[in-house]
Design a protein around this ligand. Structure first.
Ligand code: PGA
Length: 252
C-alpha cells in the first residue's frame, strides 16, 4: 500500500516568528496513526532554521524550487546540492506558478528534476491544466506533454524516487477544488501512462493532488484509489488546517 504524503507548499509566506509558531504547532499535533508522512516546504531563506526546528521530529523538509545547474555563475539561483546540504529531502519542480510566471518550460522542469535527483533529492513534479485547457478538452494532452518531457529525458526508472503532483491550475488558490472523481480521472491517467513503461514501478509512485485541498475535502480526495496525498498551499499555513488534512490521511 502506498504511503500518503501530506506536503505543505508555503509559497512566499512566513517570517521567523510565524514559521516557528507554525512548526511547533505541526510537530506537537501530528496525529496518531500510520501510513502517512508530513512534509513542509518553506521559502528558501527559512530552510535552515526550519530544518533545525524539525530535528527529532518525523516531519520532512523540502524546497519549492531548484536550479537546473550544478554550480557556478548563476546569480540568485540555488543548487540541488545546497538544498540537500541544508537537510532537504524533497524539492518541488514545475509548479504552475513557476511555469506561468517564470517561463519554466517542460524542458527546464525536466532538467531541474534530473538535477534534484543527481543530488539525492526527491523531486515533486507538478503537472496540471488551466481552465481553458480543461474546457477545450485538452487536459490529458497537456498532462502528457508535461509528463513525457521528464519521462523522455530522465527515463521511467527515475520515477522510483520521485513524486508527482496533479495540480489543476484552476483549482490553485481559488477555493475551487476538483471533485474526487475529476481528480481521480487524471491520477488514473497519469499512472496508466507510467505503467505503459513499467507497470510495477507505476503502481508504487505517489501521485498527490493539489488545488484548494483542506480539512473538509481531504477525506473524499484521499479515499480515491490513485490519490496518494496532497500538495497544500493555503491550508498549510495554519497548523490546525494542515493537521486536519493529516488526520484525514492517518490510518488508525
Ligand atoms: P492551494 O495551493 O492549496 O492554496 O490551492 C496548492 C499549490 O499551489 O501547491
Amino acid at each position: 500500500m502506498r504511503e500518503i504524503l501530506v506536503a505543505g507548499n508555503w509559497k512566499m509566506n512566513g517570517s521567523t516568528a510565524a514559521n516557528a509558531a507554525l512548526i511547533s504547532g505541526i510537530v506537537s499535533g501530528v496525529p496518531e496513526g500510520s501510513g502517512f508522512r508530513l512534509l513542509v516546504c518553506p521559502p528558501l531563506p527559512y530552510l535552515a532554521p526550519v530544518a533545525e526546528q524539525l530535528t527529532g521530529s518525523n516531519v520532512a523538509l523540502g524546497a519549492q524550487n531548484v536550479s537546473e545547474h550544478e554550480a557556478g555563475a548563476f546569480t540568485g539561483e540555488t543548487a540541488a546540492s545546497m538544498l540537500k546540504d541544508l537537510g532537504c529531502e524533497y524539492v518541488i519542480v514545475g509548479h504552475s506558478e513557476r511555469r506561468a510566471m517564470y517561463g519554466e518550460t517542460s524542458a527546464i522542469v525536466a532538467a531541474k528534476f534530473q538535477a534534484a535527483q543527481a543530488a539525492g533529492l526527491k523531486p515533486i513534479l507538478c503537472v496540471g491544466e488551466t481552465l481553458a485547457e480543461r474546457e477545450s478538452g485538452t487536459t490529458e494532452k497537456v498532462i502528457n506533454e508535461q509528463l513525457d518531457a521528464v519521462l523522455e529525458s530522465a527515463g521511467i526508472d527515475a520515477f522510483a524516487s520521485a513524486v508527482i503532483a496533479y495540480e489543476p491550475v484552476w483549482a490553485i488558490g481559488t477555493g475551487m477544488t476538483a471533485t474526487p472523481e475529476q481528480a481521480e480521472d487524471v491520477h488514473r491517467h497519469i499512472r496508466a501512462r507510467l505503467a505503459k513503461r513499467n507497470a510495477d514501478l507505476a503502481s508504487r509512485v505517489q501521485i498527490l493532488y493539489g488545488g484548494s485541498m483542506k480539512g473538509e475535502n481531504a477525506a473524499g480526495l484521499l479515499s480515491m484509489p490513485d490519490i496518494d496525498g496532497g500538495l497544500i498551499g493555503g491550508a498549510s499555513l495554519k497548523a490546525s488546517d494542515f493537521l486536519a488534512i493529516a488526520k484525514a490521511a492517518a490510518r488508525t
